[in-house]
Design a protein around this ligand. Structure first.
Ligand code: PBG
Length: 435
């Protein structure tokens, strides 16, 4: 029958007709069973779940009772009433404590929360949060090259060739149920300018890549980043005035053009990560004016001026050439301010609200979750990823377990979706594939 350890969301008796087992073995692709079986990750389950559920096509009847006496139900009952009690194993004896255990009177507690944590079955029955590949969005770095270039500060991540490496990576992700990606381009220096006009070049790297992806995988959900930094010769998310001020409204004008160019190429969700004021409403109006009413906006609502972005900026060579991003990204010390941004983004028509970074900002995720009915996204950023990778490489932590725990914690805090460089690795883990 089934290998042990199948998730409780997928019971063997959900097959209506046991006689069709052979048929199932022949007809069901392992992957489709695997996906159905792994929709819910349980922190209590062994990390390596069965790669596929095995269905044995044998003739032996799995349901034979141990030994039948040939008595009818009435005869069995009569025997018991007559005092002929059939045998069953004795109650288990009390396990011995080690020698030297102090003898103490038991505490008189009416509530012992450990009762509900006694066994794997109880623990998974009472698990409050689940994690599925469908919750994950996979951020991918792309470049014009043919090769995939490793990113030093992000072990396991590459700048992918848009034509080959990217397509392969997306295919791998889809194989384990991750059908959402977000694109980050590495733009040649020669195409960068102070006004970032390459951002809305209809034949630029991002729009071209979206068209290729949509051609290969029409149902892939493509998120795009809306901000000028990959295109800015100043490395800022907006246009920089000569006195160093980031110009808000002029930047928003460029962002609208960028979002429309991405939508025209086939983007499903445009994601302004620039933190300019009023950009969500302006982008909504620009999209609608061009007939892209169906394109969603995921707003980086609470994006903090964080040092956890370091590895990402190395990946895209997008470090600010001067100064920092503190006049537009939020102060990590602030909590209430996230509500100001939430109100603005909601009223301007955002479809999804994002908090970034993730793990150090769980309180902000919870704040938005409790104050808005909109879906909440969390971005587990490059620095969070690289710290876990580094800890794993140095054998200081169990990389896989810490990865899964960090993602579960983001879900528990209230994130519906999680943007994570671990998306593929975690989804493989959820599907019982170990690499
Ligand atoms: C910029 C942008 C950044 C990230 C996503 N979009 C970096 C920044 O604000 O400097 C960071 C993502 C990460 O660190 O993984 N628009």
């Amino acid at each position: 029958m089934f290998k042990e350890g199948y998730p409780n969301s997928f019971q063997p008796n959900s097959f209506p007709n046991p006689k069709s087992k052979l048929h199932l073995l022949l007809e069901i692709r392992p992957r489709s069973i695997m996906m159905a079986s792994s929709m819910f990750y349980s922190a209590n389950m062994p990390l390596s779940m069965p790669q596929m559920l095995r269905v044995r096509a044998s003739n032996t009847n799995d349901n034979v009772p141990i030994k039948k006496m040939g008595m009818s139900d009435a005869e069995c009952e009569a025997a018991v009433v007559a005092g002929n009690i059939p045998e069953a194993p004795p109650a288990p004896s009390k396990p011995a404590a080690p020698a030297g255990t102090p003898m103490v009177p038991s505490l008189s507690l009416c509530r012992r929360p450990r009762r509900n944590r006694r066994s794997p079955s109880l623990r998974s029955a009472f698990q409050e949060t689940s994690l599925s590949p469908a919750n994950l969005v996979y951020p991918l770095f792309i470049h014009e090259g043919e090769e995939d270039t490793p990113i030093g500060a992000m072990p396991g991540c590459y700048r992918l060739g848009w034509r080959h490496g990217l397509i392969e990576e997306v295919s791998k992700a889809r194989d384990v149920g991750v059908n959402s990606i977000v694109l980050f381009p590495k733009v040649p220096d020669a195409l960068k300018s102070s006004t970032g006009d390459e951002a809305y070049n209809e034949n630029g790297l991002v729009p071209r890549t979206i068209r290729l992806l949509k051609d290969k995988y029409p149902d892939l959900v493509i998120y795009t980043d809306v901000a000028l930094d990959p295109y800015s010769s100043d490395g800022h998310d907006g246009i920089v005035r000569e006195d160093g001020v980031i110009m808000n409204d002029e930047t928003v004008h460029q962002l609208c053009k960028q979002a429309v160019a991405q939508a025209r190429a086939g983007a499903d969700v445009v994601s302004p990560s620039d933190m300019m004021d009023g950009r969500v409403g302006a982008i909504r109006a620009a999209l609608d004016a061009d007939g892209f009413q169906h394109v969603s906006i995921m707003s980086y609502t609470a994006k903090y001026a964080s040092s956890f972005y370091g590895p990402f900026r190395e990946a895209l060579d997008s470090n600010p050439r001067f100064g920092d991003k503190k006049t537009y990204q939020m102060n990590p010390a602030n909590y209430r301010e996230a509500l100001v941004e939430t109100r603005e983004d909601e009223s301007e028509g955002a479809d999804i609200l994002l908090v970034k970074p993730g793990l150090p900002y769980l309180d902000i995720i919870r704040l938005l979750r409790d104050n808005s009915p909109l879906p909440i996204a969390a971005y587990q950023v490059s620095g969070e990823y690289s710290m876990i990778k580094a800890g794993g490489v140095l054998k200081m932590i169990d990389e896989e377990r810490v990865m899964m725990e960090s993602l579960m914690c983001l879900r528990r805090a209230g994130a519906d979706i999680i943007l994570s460089y671990f998306a593929l690795q975690a989804a493989r883990c959820l599907c019982g594939e170990k690499r």
